[in-house]
Design a binder for this molecule. Structure first.
Ligand SMILES: *[C@@H]1O[C@H](CO)[C@@H](O)[C@H](O)[C@H]1NC(C)=O
Ligand SMILES: *[C@@H]1O[C@H](CO)[C@@H](O)[C@H](O)[C@H]1NC(C)=O
Ligand SMILES: *[C@@H]1O[C@H](CO)[C@@H](O)[C@H](O)[C@H]1NC(C)=O
Length: 982
């Protein structure tokens, strides 16, 4: 019967219309329909046609002779699905490439890959595969290329990976592998490329047996937890061209045997703990072009011999090198990049540096160099970066630098340079960043500066510059920061400076400027800091200053300003405010009528105030009396109330010999709870939530702290647990991205937590504030905030024992300090993972924790707490940073939130993956990104990468989300230095 059916089947098979397809086409069609999700219809050419061959189909390569399929390459087509092993039924198939797609799932079961044991090339890089690496014990005798990089594989490298007789390329970089680096890989005698970089390996040494990989050309082991010394056997790798062991924990000396690397072109050993001197044997590496040993503990001089090698880039920065730079360094015709910063080099620089090579990038900052600057540095007109700050260079800027048309980034601060700066130098047209602070330069700014159209930063504070600000400066519209403070400038400030609409900071303090302040300051809508202190400005304070939307620092002190304080100034949201020591008069506007502002107002004998001591009281005019009287009456009532409250609590305390509260300090603090209590008043409230209020308290010492008061007692048992989890957790945490708990006070009636105060409130505040707070947050700041927050969360998940899940990650719980450094806060809902669900605290879990819009979908079907729920919420925060939208903004419409909206706009759009083509990437991203950001192409590229991370973090299944530690790595979108050629 079976036989009969079989025959019947083959009969039908042979004569039905489908038979016109050849066998390979059938396999391909079947795989397409069963195993692939081709949502962008990139495989629309895969349809049965009368012409029997699939050789013209997208991604298919055939052997020319007999038209059999030998290659399937589906890279970059936005395809998803599990691993399509059906392709391997094509017995002639040699190459299977699925790079850069969204394939998901595991490969750990043996049956998944075993049909593919005849392949030569298997490339699955940059997909979403998870779980253990596949154990490929049988077959695979032909396998030459195995690329599983940029996935989420974890666990050990299986022993079978040491048994591929023909393997030439093994790339497992950028996964979550967490075993150790096995020495059996040295059995892969045909290997030319071995890449294991960026994994979470256990600390392990670089196996000495790797020296036996005599055909190895690329060894990429950056960020792979390597410890111990670099083995001597490294010198046996005679074919090696690229050696990248950067960002590990390698110690000891660079082995003398390194001279054996006869073919080496690039050595990356930066960011390790290597010590000792550079081995003289380096000299034998005549092919070496790029040598980076920055960020180690290396010592000694740069010897004559080594300096004479033909490096293209030589990076010795962040070490302990001493002595002078040999003249021979200047004779190298290849030298393009020289980075010697953060060492103790001394003496003069070689006079001919730059004369014989196309020097572009020159950084010798923070050393002890003396003498004049080398005059040929820009001889070939290629120099872009001239970075020499913090040395003792002296003399004038060489005349020849005025011809250096290529120069764009100059940092010469903190030297002893002197003399006038030539008009040619001021007018260098590619100059973007000019820093010359703390030298002895003199003379005026030449009007030729009008040619420096790209200038964004003019930082020339702390010199002896004289004369007026030339009005042509107003034409430099890219200017963001002008710091001309601490010079001897005089005359009036040209009123046209208000046309510089990108200006964020204007610092003219400590000069001899005269005249009135420019009036139309309100045009400077990006201005955050204005310092005109210690000059001789006269006239009134222009009321327009009050309309600067993002001004946070205003200092007009020590001038000769007159008139009243414009009431408009009270509109500003200032961190720093000083108008002291002028000749202002009149009534202090009620917004400043606060003890906080006394020092900001002092030294203006004409000022008067209602009740602000020590200012003199204002004379009362009749119509006001009733008004004031009523105010006074209200105040009196309020004060009485407060007094009563205090006397009551006081008497409570006094009646008992012991204090009725318990105090715990977590840091060394210069205050006690008694200093805090009087400030817990209505006017100091900066926020309130379900469990209590938050106050801003400025202590006598000048320190400002944030105080959270939770009403406890029998009324709200929840509050009690919030308090407990917050103190228990925060009390033992020390991390730069987690808010610091300073002190806690607990009693029956109330509990108080004292935190460090964060100047810039929360990310949510800054991002979603009505009037333009977000202008402050450019993309680079947002990226730094994302990176810092990720580090904080990663610390909670991976470095705390037991691990801590925050459970309420959202932009409102990410606080920003004065430098916009983020701190994760509000641990009220946090849980340590030790106490599992169903335990003593099980009851707590019965309600959904977290905030609407940030809650991971798994909460809907299980209340299980897991770090991956935080990862989801963090992904939402990333999307918030990119789009500037709230997670549940009305504009998303019915049943949609930020995650769904972003996924629809970003993911379904087919062009988005083609980031190489900047325009298509940007056109699509433009629908998504916060329109308030001004972005460069480079920013768009970074955003594109961060968006990928955000999407990954918010995938529905927790297992597919990356760990926070991985997210930290993924967010290093800048300078992601990869040794592998792409
Ligand atoms: C493939 O396409 C080209 C042109 O598009 C055509 O000339 C050729 O005959 C096709 N080959 C097969 C095998 O279909
Ligand atoms: C198979 O892959 C190898 C190595 O990547 C490559 O050189 C070769 O051209 C590919 N062959 C086909 C048919 O795609
Ligand atoms: C380096 O070269 C010199 C001279 O060519 C030779 O004597 C020395 O042994 C070499 N050093 C190494 C470590 O190969």
């Amino acid at each position: 019967m079976k036989l009969f059916l079989g025959l019947l089947f083959s009969f039908l098979y042979c004569f039905s219309p489908v038979i016109s397809l050849n066998e390979d086409s059938q396999v391909l069609i079947r795989v397409k329909s069963d195993q692939l999700q081709d949502s962008n219809e990139k495989l629309s050419s895969w349809v049965p046609t009368t012409d029997q061959s699939p050789c013209n189909w997208t991604g298919i390569t055939c052997e020319a002779k007999n038209q059999s399929v030998v290659g399937v390459n589906l890279s970059n087509l936005g395809i998803s699905g599990g691993f399509p092993n059906g392709f391997c039924r094509i017995r002639t198939l040699r190459n299977l490439t699925l790079t850069n797609n969204s394939f998901i799932g595991t490969l750990s079961s043996h049956s998944q890959l075993s049909p593919c044991s005849h392949l030569q090339v298997l490339e699955l890089a940059n997909n979403l595969f998870i779980g253990d690496l596949p154990d490929l014990s049988r077959g695979f005798g032909n396998l030459e290329v195995l690329d599983l990089s940029e996935n989420y594989f974890s666990g050990d490298i299986p022993a079978s990976f040491g048994r591929f007789p023909a393997l030439k390329m093994l790339n497992l970089a950028m996964n979550n592998l967490d075993g150790s680096i096995p020495s059996f890989l040295s059995n892969l005698s045909e290997l030319t490329c071995l890449a294991l970089a960026y994994n979470l390996f256990k600390p392990s040494p670089l196996p000495s047996s790797f020296g036996n990989l005599s055909k190895l050309e690329i060894l990429f082991l950056a960020n792979a937890s390597l410890v111990g010394e670099i083995p001597d056997s490294i010198g046996k790798l005679v074919s090696l061209t690229i050696l990248d062991l950067s960002t590990n924990y390698l110690s000891g000396k660079i082995p003398y045997t390194i001279a054996g690397l006869k073919s080496i072109m690039q050595i990356e050993l930066y960011d390790n703990q290597l010590s000792g001197e550079l081995p003289e044997s380096l000299v034998n590496l005549t092919t070496l072009l790029n040598f980076d040993v920055s960020q180690n503990n290396l010592t000694g001089n740069l010897s004559q011999n080594i300096a004479s090698m033909s490096f293209k880039s030589l990076n010795l920065n962040d070490n302990h090198f001493t002595g002078e730079i040999p003249e021979t360094l200047a004779l190298n015709p290849n030298l393009v990049q020289l980075k010697l910063f953060n060492n103790s080099f001394s003496g003069k620089l070689p006079g001919n540096l730059g004369k014989f090579s196309d020097l572009e990038d020159f950084d010798v900052s923070t050393n002890d160099f003396t003498g004049e600057l080398p005059q040929f540095l820009c001889y070939r007109n290629r120099l872009q970066n001239l970075i020499i700050f913090k040395n003792r260079f002296s003399g004038k800027i060489p005349e020849s630098y005025g011809e250096c048309k290529s120069l764009s980034y100059v940092r010469m601060g903190n030297n002893k340079l002197s003399g006038e700066v030539s008009s040619k130098f001021w007018g260098l047209s590619h100059l973007e960043f000019l820093e010359m602070y703390n030298n002895n330069f003199n003379g005026p700014i030449s009007p030729s500066i009008s040619r420096a159209r790209n200038l964004t930063h003019l930082l020339i504070s702390g010199n002896n510059f004289i004369g007026q600000i030339p009005s042509v400066v107003c034409n430099l519209h890219q200017l963001e920061v002008i710091d001309m403070s601490k010079n001897r400038y005089s005359g009036e400030v040209p009123s046209c400076v208000t046309q510089l609409n990108n200006l964020k900071k204007l610092d003219l303090q400590q000069n001899m400027f005269t005249g009135e302040l420019p009036g139309r300051f309100n045009l400077l809508t990006a201005l955050t800091q204005l310092n005109l202190a210690n000059n001789r400005f006269t006239g009134k304070i222009p009321p327009e200053l009050g309309y600067l939307p993002v001004l946070t620092n205003l200092d007009l002190s020590n001038n000769i300003l007159t008139g009243e304080i414009p009431v408009e100034l009270t509109k500003l949201n200032l961190n720093q405010f000083n108008i002291s020591n002028n000749r202002l008069d009149g009534t202090v506007p009620s917004g400043f009528d606060n003890q906080l502002f006394v020092s900001s107002l002092s030294g203006n004998p004409g000022l008067c105030s209602l009740d602000l001591k020590p200012l003199r009281p204002c004379p009362r005019t009749k119509p006001d009396t009733v008004y004031f009287a009523s105010i006074l009456a209200i105040c009196a009532v309020l004060m009485l109330g407060t007094l009563l409250w205090f006397s009551k609590t006081k008497s409570d305390c006094i009646s008992k010999p012991k204090r009725r509260w318990k105090v715990t300090t977590f840091q060394r603090v210069g205050f006690s709870e008694e200093d805090i209590f009087p400030h817990l008043r209505e006017e100091n409230i900066i926020g309130s939530g379900a469990s209590g209020q938050v106050y801003r308290v400025k202590l006598k010492s000048g320190q400002t702290v944030a105080v959270k008061r939770l009403w406890g007692g029998k009324l709200k048992p929840e509050t009690e647990s919030v308090f407990k989890s917050e103190t228990e957790i925060l009390g033992r945490i020390r991390h730069g991205n987690i808010v610091k708990l300073l002190l806690c006070v607990s009693s029956e009636k109330f509990s108080i937590l004292v935190f460090e105060y964060m100047e810039n409130a929360s990310l949510g505040d800054v991002l979603h504030r009505e009037n333009g707070g977000a202008c402050l947050l450019d993309w680079q700041t947002r990226l730094t905030i994302a990176q810092g927050t990720a580090k904080g969360l990663s610390y909670l998940h991976h470095d705390c024992v037991p691990a801590i899940v925050h459970r309420d990650v959202k932009s409102n719980n990410i606080l920003l300090d004065a430098e916009m450094v983020p701190r994760v806060a509000d641990f009220g809902l946090a849980k340590t993972l030790q106490r599992e669900v169903g335990g003593v605290d099980g009851g707590d879990m019965s309600r959904v924790a977290g905030s609407y819009g940030y809650i991971a979908p798994e909460y809907a079907y299980s209340l299980k707490v897991n770090e991956k729920s935080d990862v989801y919420s963090f992904g939402v925060v990333l999307m918030e940073l990119i789009t500037g939208k709230r997670p549940n903004d009305d504009c998303f419409g019915e049943n949609k939130d930020l995650v769904k909206w972003v996924s629809e706009v970003a993911i379904s759009s087919p062009e988005r993956k083609t980031t190489e083509n900047g325009s298509s990437c940007c056109r699509d991203l433009r629908k998504l990104v916060d329109p308030r950001m001004q972005l460069s192409i480079r920013d768009y590229k970074e955003i594109d990468k961060v968006l990928d991370v955000a999407v990954l973090c918010t995938t529905s299944f927790p297992i597919n989300r990356p760990s926070m530690r991985r997210v930290v790595e993924l967010l290093k979108v800048k300078n992601h230095k990869l040794a592998l050629p792409n």
